[in-house]
Design a protein around this ligand. Structure first.
Ligand code: HEC
Ligand code: HEC
Ligand code: HEC
Ligand code: HEC
Length: 138
């Protein structure tokens, strides 16, 4: 009896520590919570991935690389980005639905990511630009 109570307490302590670590790790933005760094993985849209998922340093991009939220997040109205900090953030794939082929003027998910991420690194001449820098060989 006593042993099982100790076992339950041990499990509870473990879960609580896990939750606290999780809370400290996730960044609270005005637009909601997001992990400081995470793997971008759109297996749902791409089907099986042919490249390794990209580790994206979300917090570092805003804090250290000084990239503004609206350089990546947008909602276009009459060709103008009306998204502002505090507004909800949708997944890129919710709008860029087609995996590889653009649909009219709407970039495919593949092109949306590469245009946003790689073009900035190319222009800035910093940050990963080669395939394997973002998609490390497994
Ligand atoms: C360099 C690009 C970039 C910058 C700058 C950036 N984000 Fe993000 N953010 C992303 C990407 C990519 C995702 C993941 C989207 C996906 O999975 O489709 C994301 C996800 C999020 C999410 C989680 C959405 C969800 O439901 O999963 C929130 C909230 C968020 N960002 C808020 C912000 C805020 C607020 C700022 C500015 C302080 C910001 N972001 C700056 C690229 C960026
Ligand atoms: C609410 C819908 C929506 C979401 C969510 C969205 N996009 Fe877009 N995106 C659009 C639309 C619409 C356009 C076309 C704008 C135009 O040309 O008038 C566009 C254009 C773009 C462009 C080309 C224009 C530019 O700014 O350079 C890139 C790159 C892009 N999106 C990347 C992304 C990425 C990366 C994400 C996720 C972080 C994302 N988009 C999330 C709707 C969305
Ligand atoms: C508007 C500019 C801009 C955009 C957009 C952008 N980045 Fe970056 N990124 C940078 C800069 C600046 C660095 C830092 C380069 C350095 O100092 O070596 C960087 C560095 C990185 C690094 C190296 C790790 C780090 O944080 O130092 C990775 C990985 C990366 N970016 C992935 C991405 C991905 C994935 C996206 C798209 C979702 C993205 N970036 C969008 C500017 C940008
Ligand atoms: C700056 C970072 C960056 C660079 C450089 C980059 N990619 Fe990507 N790529 C991404 C991101 C982010 C995604 C979306 C990842 C996801 O959802 O798994 C992606 C998705 C893909 C996908 C679709 C998903 C899959 O695994 O099948 C392919 C294919 C791909 N990239 C190939 C390439 C090739 C080839 C190059 C070099 C010519 C390249 N990428 C360079 C960031 C990058």
């Amino acid at each position: 009896m006593k042993k099982s109570i100790i076992a339950i307490l041990a499990v509870l302590a473990f879960v609580a520590a896990g939750l606290m670590a999780g809370a400290a790790w996730a960044e609270k933005t005005k637009s909601g919570e997001v992990q400081d760094s995470f793997k971008i993985d759109n297996t749902k849209t791409f089907g099986t991935l042919t490249k390794s998922p990209v580790e994206f340093t979300h917090k570092k991009h805003t804090d250290e690389h000084k990239v503004k939220c609206d350089q990546c997040h947008h909602v276009f109205k009459d060709k103008k980005n009306v998204w502002k900090e505090g507004d909800k953030v949708q997944k890129c794939a919710e709008c860029h639905k087609s995996p590889k082929q653009n649909e009219g003027e709407m970039l495919s998910l593949y092109n949306a990511f590469h245009k946003n991420c790689r073009d900035c690194h190319k222009e800035a001449k910093k940050g990963p630009q080669k395939c394997d820098d973002c998609h490390p060989k497994k």
